[in-house]
Write a protein that binds this ligand. Structure first.
Ligand SMILES: [Zn+2]
Length: 287
């Protein structure tokens, strides 16, 4: 179940499945409680959509304050609508060699790193190994959903971390619903190849158009990888219908802000150990 919460001015949703894990902090934020105006009203967290920089920064400070997480603990990606996954080690530098963050998913065991997904209709998906304490954040727009990004992230849990199916939990956040999302024949092609596609791809009343339920496609990808259905929580909020609560790219006609979705493994009280390269803090001289 998804429940609405409020901290300071910030209104957000939590999945009760993830709230039950005491090592986690997470939130699917609404657009409410920020300082941005007009198209970006009000909690826009993206610097790339034309909003004023100082307002976006103030929004980040409000988020940091509300969740008591320092601003520089939040990590956002470029989000390029692909299916590449960034795996972040528990220590050391996490920027990839090429220095860019052109990814649509992050997986990590690192503490005190709030991995973020920015959305305005796309599906934010969090996957958690509740025993091994591994988290993933996935940006599943229609292109990445067509590429089966959630299935790929789930496979990584099994292959890299040897996770057990029954220990994995997933929470699928607010996204554009099938009530408001139509695609054309060409865009529907990759979905027609997905297993159980009858459950999330329906012919539209309009000629050569299809209705797709992106959240349901991601849910099926996760179920088909072996995670029990009862371990998957899903929000039924449509970002386009609930334009009052969320930014919606389609509803706004393209000029709008982005809301924040983040998940973090809580760490010890912040102790900034400076590491050089990949040197593990464990090997540093103890005082
Ligand atoms: Zn809708």
């Amino acid at each position: 179940m998804f429940h609405k919460h409020k901290k300071h001015s910030i209104q957000y949703y939590e999945s009760s499945y993830l709230s039950g894990c005491d090592f986690l902090t997470h939130a699917f934020c609404t657009r409410l409680g920020g300082v941005s105006k007009e198209d970006y009203k009000s909690l826009n967290i993206s610097f790339k959509e034309g909003d004023m920089e100082d307002r976006v920064l103030q929004n980040w400070y409000r988020l940091a304050m509300a969740f008591a997480i320092p601003v520089d603990y939040f990590l956002t990606l470029n989000q390029v609508h692909g299916d590449d996954i960034l795996v972040i080690k528990p220590y050391g530098n996490y920027l990839p060699e090429e220095g860019t963050l052109n990814y649509d998913a992050i997986v990590t065991t690192r503490e005190n790193l709030a991995i973020c997904i920015k959305t305005a209709d796309c599906v934010p998906v969090f996957i958690v190994d509740r025993v091994k304490k591994i988290i993933a954040a996935v940006h599943a727009g229609w292109k990445s959903t067509a590429l089966e990004i959630s299935a790929k992230v789930t496979s990584l849990f099994f292959e890299k971390y040897r996770s057990s199916e029954k220990n994995l939990l997933a929470a699928i956040g607010p996204a554009i619903g099938q009530c408001c999302f139509e695609i054309d024949e060409k865009e529907a092609k990759p979905f027609q190849k997905q297993k159980d596609h009858e459950a999330f791809l329906l012919p539209s009343e309009r000629k050569d158009k299809w209705i797709v339920d992106l959240a349901e496609s991601n849910r099926r990808q996760i179920i088909n990888s072996g995670i029990p259905e009862e371990n998957i929580d899903i929000s039924n909020l449509c970002t386009s219908c609930r334009h009052d609560l969320f930014f919606s790219y389609r509803r706004s006609g393209g000029v709008t802000g982005r809301q924040l979705n983040f998940i973090m493994i809580k760490g010890e009280a912040p102790c900034r150990v400076l590491t050089i390269g990949d040197e593990h803090p464990h090997f540093q001289k103890k005082h």
